[in-house]
Design a protein around this ligand. Structure first.
Ligand code: SF4
Length: 216
């Protein structure tokens, strides 16, 4: 597998400010490429390791910084695609983000044990991660209780003391966000649990369309 250089990251999409992808207002980043191919994955277009938008990490940091000033975001969330398929990029990105007093949440299809078996700087990436949600998405095990979590096998790891299971965030209902950008409707977030089984629950946000920054 070819990784982008440590000064670039390949994105599928971003949302500059969302309240539907983790605790508080956050900058959401969907990376391009995932090797896991879970049956029922709702982000099929983000699975190939071709395509996406390869940008410099410094440019992404600028976007995040702008959103912190404009929107008061409290952190970033990485989804995909598989964020740990771009570990060198995360090693560049995450310390910069944390130095801005922003938190880091990552959704990975790998379990924590599998991450430690990967060839790459797993320990360094995890040392800059506040919340890790791990494990494949199993469409036949929809999680109908935990906020932001796709299937019951997936686990939430609080890797710093910045967040805890007792935080009120986790008791609030899931939300979906709809945006109308230049004539295109985009959707991100998670449907309310009570909509099950009307809506097949994705492990990742529902096929977002390019954020305005990717159109530049
Ligand atoms: S659900 Fe997540 S881990 Fe599974 S194939 Fe899709 S992007 Fe990859």
């Amino acid at each position: 597998m070819a990784f982008p250089s440590d000064n670039t990251i390949t994105l599928a999409n971003t949302v500059a400010c969302t309240a539907a992808e983790g605790p508080g207002k956050r900058y959401a980043i969907w990376v391009q490429g995932c090797p896991l191919d879970c049956p029922g994955c709702c982000n099929q277009e983000m699975l190939p390791f071709v395509g996406g938008n390869e940008i410099r990490v410094s440019e992404l940091v600028d976007w995040i910084s702008r959103s912190q000033k404009d929107n008061g975001i409290k952190g970033i969330t990485l989804l995909g695609g598989e964020p740990f398929s771009q570990m060198p990029s995360l090693v560049s990105l995450l310390p910069k983000v944390q130095s801005m007093d922003l938190s880091v949440m990552i959704f990975s299809g790998y379990t924590l044990a599998e991450l430690h078996q990967l060839d790459g700087p797993t320990v360094e990436v995890l040392s800059h991660t506040d919340i890790l949600v791990d494990g494949r998405y199993h469409a036949d095990q929809p999680d109908t209780t935990r906020r932001w979590i796709g299937s019951r096998n997936q686990r939430i790891h609080f890797l710093s003391d910045r967040y805890a299971e007792s935080d009120a965030y986790w008791d609030e209902p899931d939300t979906l966000e709809l945006r109308w950008n230049d004539g295109e409707l985009s959707v991100n977030g998670f449907p309310a649990k009570r909509l099950f089984p009307l809506w097949a629950r994705p492990a990742r946000p529902i096929t977002p369309t390019p954020d305005e920054e990717l159109d530049k």
